[in-house]
Design a binder for this molecule. Structure first.
Ligand code: URA
Length: 198
């Protein structure tokens, strides 16, 4: 039986299938249009997302908003989630710094992503960054060389990967940042192509 997103969100609140729940404030489940034709998948909640309980509401989310707008994709009509639903972090001074999730944590969380896909039934899935690509596409997917191309997937008719918005935030050189932003926007335009929109 396919459970509703509301039921899944409720079930996921109690998830202890990997150790990450212990240091996180809460499970950050996906959010957005429950009937979206587009699902965006990130890595894991960041510090702000962990506190607010919503995906992509911090700096990476703001960059994503700009990229979606530039690509002509309305965030209101998108469902956004993460490959891993708990914030993994380490303390540096007073700051909780993001730590990349391990494959076993991505694997443990994959069931929730599968169930979200079953409930939303998106036409297009976009994996943003290496962790999402490992979860959505395959463990040896290389975002740097394989991004921006549709790949075969049992999850949805159209699936592709692109950069993670946080990767752009880490770039120091302004010209490099601008070029990467243009590539991200170019990739996100594939969403409109997949939906048959000009
Ligand atoms: N980075 C992610 O991958 N997901 C979020 O929700 C926020 C930052």
């Amino acid at each position: 039986m396919v459970k509703s997103l509301e039921q899944l969100r409720e079930d996921a609140r109690a998830c202890q299938d990997c150790p990450l729940w212990a240091n996180a404030t809460q499970t950050v489940f996906g959010a957005g249009d429950p009937h979206a034709r587009v699902m965006l998948v990130g890595e894991q909640p960041g510090d702000e997302e962990d506190k607010k309980g919503l995906p992509f509401v911090g700096p990476a989310g703001r960059l994503l908003d700009r990229a979606l707008e530039a690509a002509g994709v309305d965030r209101e009509h998108v469902y956004i989630t993460n490959a891993v639903k708990h914030f993994k972090w380490q303390l540096r001074g007073k700051r909780r710094l993001h730590k990349t999730p391990a494959q076993r944590e991505i694997d443990a969380c994959h069931q929730w992503l599968e169930r979200e896909v079953e409930a939303v039934k998106p036409r297009v899935i976009v994996a943003m960054g290496a962790t999402a690509a490992r979860s959505v596409i395959s463990k040896d997917f290389k975002v740097s060389t394989m991004r921006g191309q549709f790949v075969e997937s049992p999850l949805a008719p159209y699936v592709f990967a692109t950069f993670h918005p946080s990767a752009l935030l880490r770039l120091k050189d302004e010209a490099e940042k601008e070029a990467a932003f243009a590539q991200l926007v170019g990739d996100l335009k594939l969403i409109r192509k997949a939906l048959g929109r000009p």
